[in-house]
Design a binder for this molecule. Structure first.
Ligand SMILES: Cc1cc2nc3c(=O)[nH]c(=O)nc-3n(C[C@H](O)[C@H](O)[C@H](O)COP(=O)(O)O)c2cc1C
Length: 228
């Protein structure tokens, strides 16, 4: 048996997890809902976004709870750089990997949908069905990747609250880092945009500063890379 888990801010990782789960005839689970721990299974698939060339903390905590079988990880990123996240995830895991992938999609801070290369994930799915150990090598990440990542995101992206906010508390319930109150984010916000994507009133939106948009638009990577 295998299980598919995901973490998502703006929905791209969920789209990849839904695709993989569908191919594996499973249901995908959001790791921030309910028990927050992996269950005993033969292969634990974890799909997560790359934020500032790093793995979101909630995902690192979840990876540490995989205590049986193999893990298979898909790092979803905005085409700029996945950094060294596969190697870092491998180090956080107590179990061996059977497959790992970096999957470029649209960037949360730019417009663009959940486009990703589905065919390129065939080998990933095959290794989940027939697990065997694989080792991921370390990869290069920018020297500044670990320098105040949340602060960098906050400088580059502004979250805006509109008049339709009904103070329903949805953003507070959904924030993975507990850094928003009544539609107003405070220190600690990682700009994952989960509050924006889940707001039932569509009262929240974001604005990417021009200097960041220009940097992100230079993105080049479009290839899904598999480690099998
Ligand atoms: C706070 C933040 C930081 C990001 N940092 C990177 C990055 O370092 N490299 C990259 O290629 N994409 C980066 N992205 C883009 C996301 O990895 C990409 O949009 C991904 O599809 C988001 O997945 P999600 O919709 O499941 O949250 C970042 C996005 C956010 C919100």
């Amino acid at each position: 048996m295998d299980k598919v888990y995901y973490f998502t801010g703006s929905g791209h990782s969920r789209a990849v997890a839904e695709y993989l789960a569908d191919k594996l005839k499973r249901q995908p689970y959001d790791i921030t809902v309910g028990k927050h721990e992996a269950e005993d299974t033969e292969v634990t698939v974890v799909v997560f976004p790359v934020y500032c060339e790093s793995i979101p903390d909630a995902v690192v905590d979840f990876l540490k709870t995989v205590t049986t079988g193999f893990a298979a990880i898909a790092a979803v990123y905005g085409g700029v750089s996945p950094g060294n996240v596969l190697f870092e995830a491998q180090s956080a895991l107590k179990r061996p990997l059977t497959s790992a992938a970096t999957v470029p999609t649209g960037h949360s801070f730019l417009s663009g949908g959940d486009t990703f290369d589905r065919v390129a994930l065939d080998g990933f799915i095959e290794k989940v069905k027939n697990p065997a150990p694989v080792a991921v090598p370390p990869m290069k990440k920018a020297f500044y990747a670990d320098l105040f990542p949340e602060w960098r995101s906050r400088v580059g992206v502004k979250i805006k609250k509109g008049d339709t906010c009904s103070k329903c508390g949805n953003c507070e319930e959904n924030c993975p880092v507990g850094a928003i109150r009544r539609g107003v984010p405070f220190d600690g916000c990682i700009r994952c945009l989960r509050c924006v994507s889940t707001c039932p009133e569509r009262a929240l939106s974001f604005e990417c500063r021009p200097f960041l948009r220009r940097f992100l638009e230079r993105k080049k990577k479009t290839e899904t890379v598999l480690y099998n």
